[in-house]
Design a protein around this ligand. Structure first.
Ligand code: PGA
Length: 249
């Protein structure tokens, strides 16, 4: 019922020729895959070339972040309309590196989510607890706070068009994956919260990705969980073989 969505977050990796090579390799390897949605999220400066390289592939392209304003004196930032004009359709918001390295607040993620909807981009909103929060048994409270804040004031229709990525901070780039059960448990918490904030129909149709050290070796077990609807992949999305290996879970 929920079409899996597997997305590669390239972070601050790959130059222009490497990015185009990776995109072309994915296009070739993944031709004809239609039973799940696939997306790549290169650095903003690479968007037009990656969009070009993937034309006709069915693989969607998005940015890793955006500013909430349409334009103005915000040196170094990129806006939703700029992302769209580069041919991209998606955007990642509130990634843990944005929250914890660059100090983005729940309130800012909410403004960005509203802006993504306003400018016609499909957002992936990231949430997840830090190690000390998990150890203090605060995972549910943290994730619920992040989801509630992100969706504050967002009506049903745009909410429905959003994807959430649950990414425990302690699992990102560490090689330490959440167990399939740990991932599913939090996905269920998020889905129940969405049912309370909206309704059962929205919650049941809503896609929740898992992220944090996903690799071909753990993709099958994670995807076997009933509430895991795909992945947001960092490191393993930088090579054709490993990203395709995950997609062929
Ligand atoms: P990772 O990153 O797969 O390298 O752990 C995931 C992410 O940050 O989205």
């Amino acid at each position: 019922m929920r079409k899996p969505f597997i997305a590669g977050n390239w972070k601050m990796n790959l130059d222009l020729s490497e990015a185009v090579k990776l995109a072309s390799g994915l296009k070739e390897e993944l031709a004809g895959v239609t039973d799940l949605d696939i997306g790549v999220f290169p650095s903003a400066i690479l968007l037009p070339d990656v969009v070009d390289a993937l034309t006709g592939s069915g693989i969607v392209v998005g940015a890793q972040n955006m500013h909430n304003e349409e334009k103005g004196a915000f040196t170094g930032e990129i806006s939703g309309p700029m992302i769209k004009s580069a041919g991209a359709t998606h955007v990642i918001l509130g990634h843990s590196e944005r929250r914890h390295v660059f100090g983005e607040s729940d309130e800012l993620v909410n403004l960005k989510l509203k802006a993504a909807h306003k400018f016609g981009l499909s957002p992936i909103v990231c949430v997840g607890e830090k190690l000390e929060e998990r150890e203090a048994d605060r995972t549910a409270a943290i994730v619920e706070r992040q989801v509630k804040a992100a969706f504050d004031g967002i009506s049903r229709e745009p909410a429905e068009a959003t994807v959430i990525a649950y990414e425990p901070v302690w699992a990102i780039g560490t090689g330490r994956t959440a167990t399939p059960e740990q991932a599913n448990e939090v996905h269920v918490i998020i889905r129940r919260l969405l049912a309370r904030l909206y309704d059962d129909e929205l919650a049941n149709g809503f896609r929740i990705q898992y992220g944090g050290s996903v690799k071909p070796e753990n993709a099958t077990a994670l995807m076997a969980q009933p509430d895991v609807d795909g992945f947001l992949v960092g490191g393993a999305s930088l090579k054709v073989d490993s990203f395709v290996g995950i997609i062929r879970y």
